[in-house]
Design a protein around this ligand. Structure first.
Ligand SMILES: [Zn+2]
Length: 317
């Protein structure tokens, strides 16, 4: 179990949930709140940032980004000091779906605890350094993976709160079947999944998140559809539910009768994630409901049948 965190422990809002559920939009909106610094998917920092030197959301290569260079210097005395082989070994040991029966325990065996603490210690070092470099009160890690969040829950020197974002499984399945390019990887497209595969993963991702609550991590749920309909209200509700410091005042225009809400997205240093992390400037928020008209009826029936109990629990019809 987690102990009491202290004032100097970094406060991290971890976005959990299955991909294509609107977590990048949520992350970007959180980034417009005062006192919040976005980090992107820190779980992929080691491979995509450090090893492959992919693009930061600011447009610079990871190794040339001033923010990440400063974070690496503070966290490790330079990124070259990170033993990537050791980290990859630890990831296999503790940060995998099949390891969750061990990492989700309230009192894991000493061997697991030692490995989990060492593994999560790398993330903790990044968070603490990012908080100092960016001067933020709250950091956002949009890694989404539940096994990763479970490893973080073992660090007593980390103030971890989890925001679980869900979206209608039919919209998610429709999105996973489409082709999306990834500018940071030379235009190579994002992976695609069949509706059945996507929905199986949607189910497991959205069910296993409960293991975090079991381990005593503050957890709240947000629906993508509610976020897009009224972003300021959705963020304020999550802020309250997670008892976060400061006030979540989102600079948003329009909404309601005045048309779709619009937000100016500023630059950020998201290290890895959906291509939307590169976007800046005025952005209109519209629910992506294309699936309602365009999804093949057979796919829609299959996904509805598979996901029904959980869809209903999340308030979808
Ligand atoms: Zn950057």
């Amino acid at each position: 179990m987690r102990g009491q965190t202290r004032d100097q422990d970094p406060t991290v809002v971890y976005l959990a949930g299955w991909g294509r559920s609107g977590s990048t939009l949520l992350e970007r909106l959180l980034g417009e709140l005062p006192g919040v610094t976005l980090l992107g998917e820190v779980v992929h920092l080691w491979e995509r940032g450090l090893h492959e030197d992919q693009l930061c959301a600011c447009g610079a290569a990871f190794s040339a980004c001033p923010f990440w260079t400063a974070v690496g210097a503070r966290a490790f005395g330079g990124w070259q000091a990170v033993d990537l082989d050791r980290l990859a070994y630890l990831r296999e040991r503790v940060d995998r779906q099949r390891r969750m029966p061990r990492t989700a325990r309230r009192r894991p065996d000493p061997g697991t605890r030692a490995e989990v603490e060492q593994y999560a210690g790398h993330f903790r070092a990044v968070y603490a350094a990012a908080q100092q470099v960016g001067g933020a009160r709250v950091l956002v890690d949009s890694s989404k993976e539940i096994p990763t969040a479970l490893t973080l829950s073992h660090r007593d020197d980390l103030d971890l709160r989890v925001l679980h974002v869900v979206r209608d499984a039919r919209g998610v399945a429709y999105s996973w079947a489409k082709t999306v390019a990834r500018p940071e990887a030379g235009g190579e497209p994002m992976p695609r999944f069949s509706p059945a595969r996507s929905t199986g993963l949607w189910l497991s991702g959205n069910l296993t998140v409960q293991a975090l609550a079991w381990r005593g991590v503050p957890l709240t749920r947000m629906r993508y559809e509610d976020l897009v309909a009224d972003p300021a209200a959705a963020l304020a509700e999550a802020w309250r539910a997670l008892d976060l410091p400061g006030s979540p005042e989102l600079p948003v225009r329009g909404g309601g009768a005045a048309g779709p809400p619009e937000v100016d997205l500023g630059p950020c240093h998201s290290v890895a994630g959906n291509p939307m992390r590169f976007r800046t400037g005025p952005t209109e928020l519209r629910a992506d409901e294309e699936w309602r008209a365009a999804m093949a009826p057979g796919d829609r029936r299959l996904v509805t049948a598979m996901a029904w109990p959980l869809l209903r629990r999340f308030g979808y019809r």
